[in-house]
Design a protein around this ligand. Structure first.
Ligand code: SF4
Length: 234
């Protein structure tokens, strides 16, 4: 498998938000095994190329032309770890002198583990408590492997943040707090709660939900003492 097989659904040529404190280019890889109700990028779920597909060689040319300007490449999705071509792509971006970032929900630990030596930072999506993953992802078996990724990242010494998307119709403030406390128990130091964007979702029937300013403040106040950084991102 070579990096040329990578199915890339789109690229953000310049991002200040996808990799902490570093300018990055972000590649959005096609394919995801889950079907989260609130998925904001449902066009990335199929593994097939879409309308904005670019080739690895096009992406690589862009990265080479930005050497010295961009500091990092972030592989996002979709769920990037399901593509076997990700490993050779990470090796190439490292050779080009970039830091490697990954956004993943870690659906399969055995797919994440070989990538760890090539990663500098990971944004790990934690959807819910392990027993509640089906409510979000519609996949009954999703939770335990995703949570096991925390220990794998810690053992490998890869810097990471856990992030959770919060949709008011799917999870109560107490559930978000419980997830945060459990993460802190496992030694997670950085946690971000992202409020779900509801203008475009895989399953619109769940509606926009409702989160009051008080709900968000309660989560912020309760969880702040547990983490080095705790952000609620609207
Ligand atoms: S939100 Fe869920 S379904 Fe959508 S890409 Fe992310 S993990 Fe996959």
């Amino acid at each position: 498998m070579t990096a040329d097989s990578l199915v890339i659904g789109g690229m953000a040529a310049f991002s200040t938000v996808d990799y902490p404190q570093h300018l990055a280019a972000t590649l959005f890889l096609q394919g995801c095994p889950w079907r989260c109700h609130y998925c904001h990028n449902p066009h990335l779920i199929p593994l097939q190329p879409g309308d904005e597909t670019i080739t690895w060689q096009q992406a690589r040319r862009h990265l080479k032309s930005r050497q010295g300007l961009l500091e990092a490449v972030v592989f996002s999705g979709g769920e990037p770890t399901i593509q076997k071509a990700l490993l050779p792509a990470l090796q190439q971006t490292r050779e080009l002198g970039f830091r490697n970032g990954l956004h993943t929900g870690a659906p399969h630990l055995k797919l994440l583990e070989p990538l760890l030596p090539w990663l500098d930072w990971v944004g790990l999506d934690i959807k819910a408590l392990p027993s509640d993953y089906e409510i979000i992802t519609t996949n009954r078996h999703a939770g335990p492997e995703s949570w096991a990724a925390i220990e794998a990242l810690q053992k490998a010494g890869v810097d990471f943040e856990c992030r959770m998307t919060w949709h008011g119709a799917l999870q109560l403030p107490e559930q978000v707090i419980t997830v945060g406390v459990r993460l802190a128990d496992q030694g997670v130091r950085r946690f971000a709660v992202q409020i779900a964007r509801t203008d475009q979702m895989l399953n619109d029937f769940i509606g926009a939900g409702y989160l009051s300013a008080e709900d968000k403040q309660r989560v912020q106040n309760t969880l702040t003492p547990f983490f080095e950084t705790l952000n609620i991102r609207d």
